[in-house]
Write a new protein. Structure first.
Length: 75
């Protein structure tokens, strides 16, 4: 299991390097296509402008959770 998580984190680092090396317009489009996918499937998100959703897509981050893991955030 430890190998799986370390291999995935290395892939994420490489992914970030490649994405950051792209031209800003291509990077924006790629990030929106990757992260904006979720917005297209939520009915009330269709009310927002594409510009807002593009901006919001920069804040979406994938996290991996194991089965039965309790997910919460303390503030």
């Amino acid at each position: 299991m430890e190998y799986f998580w370390s291999a995935k984190s290395r892939e994420k680092e490489l992914e970030d390097i490649v994405i950051n090396s792209l031209a800003p317009s291509i990077r924006e489009e790629l990030i929106f296509e990757a992260n904006g996918f979720y917005f297209k499937n939520i009915e009330w998100m269709k009310e927002f402008s594409k510009e807002f959703l593009i901006s919001l897509s920069y804040y979406v981050e994938e996290i991996k959770c194991s089965p039965n893991e309790i997910i919460y955030s303390e503030k």
